[in-house]
Design a protein around this ligand. Structure first.
Ligand code: MTE
Ligand code: HPA
Ligand code: MOS
Length: 779
């Protein structure tokens, strides 16, 4: 028996709102956190490799696999014809993504066949030996090409509208027409895609997949193998980052591993290398926004018409909801009295683009902020002043309705921006920067303060549900499982805190267990920042059920009223006696109390009618603001992040340490998107930036030299979310818009701030230099 320590505890260790470290932090740094490629390999394990198309769009005339099959170590070769079920791994029922291409390839890098061999090296070498004959078809890989070629849409676009924007534009006091190009982004998770499948008896198969969406892996494996979902069990303990890149993109590797494993009756692993992963898997959508805006002399927007065209790649994947979310965030934090927003999810012969932190929201919001910036330069005002003139008003002000007709009821953006403006000394620093620039011939500085408002909920209402499974064992230890996945964001820690709080036990009583489709079924992707909102509530619901049974037991066993039973730190008070939690649980077991429960939660209030463009798609909004200062070298275009101050709203934080990590990480990732991360495809449709040698994510040295992050500690979610917290995963990504706009101001200084520099993104040093030269030459 372990020594009871409960008496010494007044409080429990690890309840909600405590700044606990991530449960795996020490294992991440020591290398003992187990990722799929670390799992001890089963006897007889085989390895898979893929052969990728080297054409952007072509008919497959013939495939000669004889040299592949003859290569030493090769056990079998799989083509689309080997699929017993459907040769399709698309998500969302689009049926437009073959597992392996059969008659036609639609992007440079599309998987054509797979080789299964005794070693990874043999599989990779053999995959290169095929002779594939193609007949080229016309291709276009970018947005301009798609528009020139009248490309089809991969899925229907959406329209959000109110009022009579065209008529208002025609009668405008001031009117501006413009365009902005917004770049894509590679996820660059540290752990790449990987899947391991072990065949079982009859139709069964177990799959370990680095995925944000185990249930979808289960469905896709079932469809490909023509077996029911109950034959497929998917496990994931953790990912080494997902960032949206593992919401659907793991389907390919998991389905191939399962297909091969069932075919040869041995365990099979697929782990592409970094170049293949970057070539084969989808990225953030790049966009072109075209806008036409009317505004008054104060910079207040009166009417806006904007179109968001996106490079979706060859299939739909998540492009529908991604381009929808771009429109949902094109308002940023601003009220548009008359508005029409349209999306154009364009088909291109490039890898199918997918979810990435913010899910189209960042692209939409960046478009909205560019419009503000354009207005500010046109009127000779500080962009912050124009922002304030356009903020949503308080409820009932008549300026509180979004283009999708949801009322903004929890608006705190004005307070957040005011507090940050004061705490970072924005006004004085901006003045000092303007003075500095006037005297500095080469180095120029810029500063910008930008807001964030981000809608929380999956826009497909059905996805806003979650389950949890909680067992209390006889020794008082607790087993926690839920449908959310851990990708480094700290979800497992937060949900364990919820449970520790509910049972009033120390967190080390709780065993966090790997997500598996066998314990909690029909889960949604861990995405849309909703992981802790949904799974935290589901775990809380499971705890509630067990506690209710425990209370009923105590009432009967000890003959006390229910309000005399109280869960105190690591013990239970029953009348005037206090019983250690494990002893209490043991007594309940002997009284045959069920000590296990399945919890469930669905988000209330939300509904969305996409065809009408009306509803309440979001349960609430998360807010934040950032102020960034940069300096640029006007002779080279190089720049330095001097300082960033952030004030961000996470409601009542479930875990301030983890939340600040999410905010800083999200900001830096957003900064990379807007500055150095450039994707580049050549005219053959080949991605040339497929490795860190050519694709530049931010380094530790690129972070702002001064970096202050604070939580809006006064904020509480107005809705009854778990602990009154708010989602944190994606919203901070968009705080990085302040960096782009600070760069823009530094560039604008070379033309006395009279011309909007119109920096497209990523604003690489080359782009900054070209903008400087353009402005020096007169715009
Ligand atoms: N943080 C880390 N460390 N790694 C990740 O992969 N993904 C982000 C965000 N933060 C991610 C991350 C994305 S895209 C989302 S949607 C959320 O985490 C998902 O987790 P949550 O819903 O539990 O916040
Ligand atoms: N966000 C993230 N992932 C999603 C969404 C969303 O709104 N909808 C479907 N997958
Ligand atoms: Mo996050 S893009 O919703 O996985």
């Amino acid at each position: 028996m372990h020594k009871p320590t409960y008496e010494t505890y007044k409080y429990i260790n690890g309840p909600m709102h405590q700044a606990l470290r991530h449960d795996s932090a020490h294992k991440h740094v020591a290398g003992t956190a187990e990722y799929i490629d670390d799992i001890p390999e089963p006897a007889g394990l085989l390895h898979g490799a893929l052969s990728l198309a080297d054409r952007a769009h072509a008919e497959i005339v013939s495939i000669d696999l004889s040299a592949v099959k003859a290569h030493p170590g090769v056990v079998c070769v799989l083509t689309g014809a080997d699929v017993p079920g459907v040769n399709d791994i698309s998500s969302g029922g689009h049926h437009d993504e073959p597992l392996l291409a059969t008659d036609e390839v639609q992007f440079h890098g599309q998987p054509v066949f797979a080789v299964i061999a005794t070693t990874r090296d043999a599989a990779r070498r053999a995959a290169r030996l095929a002779r594939i004959e193609y007949r080229d078809l016309p291709h276009w890989t970018d947005i301009d090409g798609a528009i020139e070629n009248d490309a089809p849409l991969v899925t229907a676009g959406m329209t959000l509208e109110r009022g009579t924007p065209e008529a208002e534009l025609d009668n405008a006091e001031n009117r501006l027409i413009g365009e902005m190009r917004i770049g894509g982004q590679e996820h660059f998770y540290l752990e790449g895609h990987v899947a391991l499948a072990i065949p079982g008896e009859d139709d069964e198969v177990q799959v370990w997949s680095s995925t944000q969406h185990p249930s979808e892996i289960q469905h896709v494996v079932g469809h490909v193998l023509a077996i029911p979902s109950n034959a497929v069990t998917v496990h994931v303990r953790r990912m080494g980052g997902g960032f949206g890149g593992k919401e659907t993109q793991g389907n390919l590797f998991a389905a191939l591993a399962a297909l091969a494993a069932k075919k040869v009756g041995r365990a099979v692993k697929f782990r592409p290398d970094r170049d293949e992963d970057m070539t084969m898997t989808g990225k953030r959508h790049d966009f072109r926004m075209d806008f036409d805006v009317a505004f008054n002399g104060d910079g207040r927007i009166h009417a806006l018409v904007a179109n968001f065209a996106a490079r979706c790649g060859y299939s739909a994947d998540l492009s529908g909801p991604v381009t929808d979310r771009a429109l949902f965030h094109a308002d940023s934090s601003y009220f548009y009295p008359h508005v029409r927003l349209t999306s154009q999810p364009l088909k291109t012969h490039s890898v199918s683009n997918t979810a990435f932190r913010g899910f189209g929201g960042p692209q939409g919001m960046l478009g909205g902020e560019r419009i503000i910036e354009e207005i500010a330069y046109a009127l000779g005002k500080d962009p912050l002043e124009v922002r304030k003139a356009n903020f949503y008003g308080t409820p009932g002000s008549g300026r509180d309705v979004t283009p999708y007709h949801q009322k903004v009821e929890d608006n705190i953006i004005a307070r957040i921006v005011d507090e940050l403006e004061r705490s970072c000394d924005y006004q004085a620093r901006r003045k000092a920067i303007i003075d500095f620039n006037a005297e500095s011939p080469v180095i120029r500085k810029g500063i910008a303060l930008t807001p964030v408002k981000f809608g929380i909920s999956f826009t497909l209402t059905a996805f806003n549900q979650a389950g949890a499974l909680v067992h209390v064992y006889q020794d008082g230890s607790i087993h926690l499982n839920h449908g959310g996945t851990e990708m480094g964001q700290g979800l497992y820690t937060k949900v364990a805190q919820v449970l520790a709080d509910a049972f009033q036990v120390d967190i080390d009583r709780i065993k966090i267990t790997a997500t598996t489709t066998g314990k909690v079924p029909n889960t949604s992707a861990t995405a849309a920042s909703s992981g802790s909102d949904l799974n935290g509530m589901a775990a809380y619901d499971a705890a509630r059920q067990i506690k209710e049974r425990l209370v009923a037991f105590a009432v009967e066993h000890y003959q006390v009223p229910a309000d005399e039973v109280e869960f105190l730190p690591n013990r239970v008070r029953v009348g005037n006696r206090e019983i250690p939690f494990p002893d209490f649980v043991k007594k309940a077991y002997f009284a045959r109390v069920q000590l296990s429960a399945a919890g469930f939660y669905k988000t209330p209030k939300i509904h969305w009618d996409r065809a009408a463009g009306r509803g309440t798609p979001f349960y609430y909004f998360a807010y934040g603001a950032a102020c960034s200062e940069v300096s640029i070298d006007t002779l080279t275009g190089e720049y330095v992040m001097e300082r960033t101050d952030i004030l961000h709203d996470v409601g009542k934080s479930l875990n301030p340490a983890i939340d600040i990590g999410q905010i800083e990480g999200g900001f830096v990732q957003g900064m990379g998107w807007l500055t150095t991360e450039e994707l580049w495809w050549d005219d053959k449709g080949r991605l040339r930036t497929h490795a860190p040698s050519t694709y530049k994510i931010p380094l530790a040295s690129d972070r702002p030299k001064i970096f202050n992050t604070r939580l809006a500690e006064w904020s509480e979610n107005a809705e009854p979310t778990i602990g009154r917290s708010k989602a944190v995963g994606e919203p901070p990504f968009m705080l990085a818009i302040s960096v782009l706009e600070a760069l823009s101001m530094a560039v604008a200084s070379v033309a006395d701030y009279k011309v909007c520099p119109r920096l497209d993104t990523p604003a690489t040093p080359e782009r900054v230099l070209m903008a400087v030269e353009r402005l020096k030459a007169g715009g």
